[in-house]
Design a protein around this ligand. Sequence first.
Ligand code: ADP
Ligand code: MG
Length: 443
Amino acid sequence: MAVKAAKVTKKKAGKMEMAEPIVEEPIMETTEKAVVETKTKKKVPAVSLKDLALTDVPGLGPKTNQMLVDGGIKNPEKLMATSLQDLEIMGLTRPLAKKLRTTLKELYPDNFGEFDEEQSLEDIEGIGPTTAKSLREKGMNVHLLQTTPVKELESRYGLTADTASKYQTLISTMKGGYFTTAYDVMEQQKNSESFTFGADSLDKLFSIPELGTSGIKAADTYEFFGAFRSGKSQICHQLCVTIQLPKELGGLGKKAIYIDSEGTFSPSRISQMAHRIKEEKGWDKSVDDILGDILVARAKNTDMQQQIALKLLDILGNTEKDIYGILIVDSVSSHFRAEYAGRGTLADRQQTLNHHLSILNRIADTYGLSIVITNQVQSNPAQFFGDPTVAVGGNIMGHWATTRCYLRKSKGEKRVIRIFDSPMIGELEAVFEITENGVLTSE
Ligand code: ADP
Ligand code: MG
């Protein structure tokens, strides 16, 4: 068998000298393994990507080829760029997809050397294809399995506590353990992405020069609190537009998700803002497409709000990676405040709110979304001087967001925003204006 496979390689090497595109002879599916093993030892010199055809992938038989072509995968480059999940939908099993991609990576290091294979549930010892499939149907993936509390893995995903802990330990080992060095963390942070508010004064206020970010930082958490009409929802609306800007225009080219708990989400407001930003930036995405890329859910009470957040974990677990860039919860606290109004309900309220906030954190952490929540203020009778208002939600809320900011009304259309608590940004203020065209910079 080995001799036979070696022959194939030799013949192919001959063809290469003639600088022809490598044409793979149809290989029977049953001989795949031997051929792949031999081939992977031999590195093929750099090939122009356009010359590579799917049939150049050793181990890919004519049947699989046709299946992929039907699914829109016409060349190895596309095969590498498509998620395992999408390939699976086309009918290519995950193990075979991984095998083909490993082969491509080894065979064409100049083209695919950087390729990082997705980790999938089957990579965890003890998880077979059936378990993996049923977990995936519930939106589970490797990262989420690692970050979900064991208790919840029991109640929502039907795992026993022992199995769940075992998987979590295995994943941590797979990912190189719990610790890393401060240097690596710094290097990682240096690659942080960010996107614009669509108002210079705000971008400047939120910029972190050490990280090279300006505006909202990807995968970070923000709380905007302030009185009624201070501009919280207006900022949220505008971020749903600016995140969609392509990178070269200051966005991330991603979609937005809006959980509206107060019934104040307004598509026509989005449309006004979109028109202004399109004109200002010379951006050609249509307003309809911008509206189409904002996913909205209306939460009518705390139960619905919690359900929506949990549902998002499922949806994002089953959506192609990196499609969504921001989740807005406007406001996070109003239902909690209204439903847990009586005396003696505070502890309950804080507990459910805490759980809700932890789900939001998990969404940010697992799927790399920025999360923006808004919060109301209540008067603080203990404060006699200055602004007698504090954010709702007490300590639990107070510690949630990486960056908290306080919004207040000023003269006319002007609003003042102050960074209240942030590890990277000083306690500075900026002024912005709300006009028909949206949230604008102001001196
Ligand atoms: P909240 O902090 O309560 O969420 P908003 O963000 O909804 O407040 O801000 C409401 C304010 O935004 C209004 O008082 C008004 O000044 C301004 N605003 C909203 N829509 C428009 C518009 N189409 N044209 C001009 N100003 C607007
Ligand atoms: Mg509002």
